[in-house]
Design a protein around this ligand. Structure first.
Ligand SMILES: Nc1ncnc2c1ncn2[C@@H]1O[C@H](COP(=O)(O)OP(=O)(O)OP(=O)(O)O)[C@@H](O)[C@H]1O
Ligand code: SF4
Ligand SMILES: [Mg+2]
Length: 325
């Protein structure tokens, strides 16, 4: 019985499999994403971290098939496979929420219009049914006086309230995968804590998978099961999140952790900035892209980009000289 159960679990396709994904500016030979691979199961949360410009948002857009004009997927694959009730297209539904909620909402539409049209599109609800469900969703994300709020415009809401509206909008699609691209970066710390708490609750309630993008390793530590560290369009380390934070193997991941300011008064170590800056994608250094900034670099590092290797249980890093555990 146990074996049969194990067989079914192993046999189940993963919700999302990204394999060797390449996104380029066609004609300019600039790779925005260069061989990104990872996978995600139903109910799992992946945290994507890395400095600005490393390709976190483009990874999300490629998964959602919404790359901006001028960029194209030129290699690899993004496979989505539903283990729950398949949608009409046979693919699991994906919803996305973005960094700046206020500018992501259309200022000429009321919150009610925004939510009810999403409910019509995704669930076929109209009129009072759509209005009732919109109010229920607003209540679910912690907004009060929902009847009057439906007549409000985004400029009448705070950033935190608009982010809740975006989450309610995302939930209207009943997603199996929610992609949250820096959902708390534009919010103050108390709003940030509330939104993170809400995402945790929704994950537990709905069983949806989550990809959370953040500069903030604290956000990743709180929400993610697995973390992937990106640098210049590549994933350089993946690991269970506690393992990554406690025992980073890639010098870049180590450096990101060392940059984090601590609020612990007994921690007298000041944050250590990473020397240099992220190279431009049209003039990447030979070999490991991190070598000009890496204190462990050797001549081997300048010759060829290192392939990813196992450095611990479910822990991989692309580095010739990983940091010892
Ligand atoms: N529309 C576009 N056309 C061409 N290049 C773009 C476009 N949008 C982003 N890029 C480039 O793609 C690279 C990856 O950008 P991306 O937005 O994914 O970075 P990010 O890791 O999300 O950064 P941030 O933390 O600042 O949001 C960057 O070098 C960026 O300049
Ligand atoms: S491969 Fe070399 S340069 Fe790159 S991170 Fe590892 S030690 Fe540093
Ligand atoms: Mg981004």
């Amino acid at each position: 019985m146990e074996d049969a159960h194990r067989f079914r679990e192993e046999d189940m396709p993963r919700l999302l499999t990204v394999q060797d994904l390449v996104v380029e500016m066609p004609g300019r030979n600039i790779k925005i994403l260069n061989g990104v691979s990872f996978s995600l199961d139903t109910g799992q949360t992946l945290g994507l971290v890395g400095e600005s410009g490393c390709g976190k948002s483009m990874t999300c857009y490629a998964i959602g098939n919404m790359l901006p004009h001028g960029l194209a997927q030129t290699g690899g694959s993004v496979d989505l496979s539903s283990n729950a009730t398949p949608s009409k297209a046979g693919k699991p539904k994906i919803s996305m929420i973005f960094q700046d909620p206020t500018s992501s909402l259309n200022p000429v539409h009321t919150i009610g219009y925004y939510l009810e049209s999403a409910l019509h599109r995704h669930q076929g609800l109209k009129g009072s049914d759509a209005r009732m469900e919109a109010m229920r969703l607003l209540e679910r994300v912690g907004i009060d006086r929902v009847k009057s709020r439906l007549r409000s415009y985004p400029h009448q809401f705070s950033g935190g309230m608009n982010q809740r509206v975006m989450i309610a909008h995302a939930l209207a699609a009943k997603p199996e995968l929610l992609i949250a691209d820096e959902p708390t970066t534009a919010l103050d710390v108390t709003m940030q804590a509330q939104i993170l708490h809400l995402l945790e609750e929704l994950k537990a309630e709905t069983g949806m998978a989550l990809i959370i993008v953040s500069h903030d390793l604290g956000v990743i530590a709180r929400l993610a099961d697995e973390a992937a560290v990106m640098y210049c369009g590549k994933i350089v380390e993946t690991a269970p999140v506690e393992d990554l934070l406690a025992r980073p193997a890639h010098p870049y991941a180590r450096a990101l952790i060392d940059c984090m300011p601590s609020i612990d008064a007994s921690d007298l170590e000041p944050p250590v900035p990473i020397p240099g800056s992220v190279p431009l994608l049209d003039c990447l250094p030979h070999g490991c892209y991190f070598h000009p900034r890496c204190s462990r670099a050797s001549s081997q590092c300048t010759a060829q980009f290192p392939s990813s290797a196992i450095v611990g249980p479910a822990h991989q890093a692309a580095c010739y000289h990983p940091v010892a555990a």
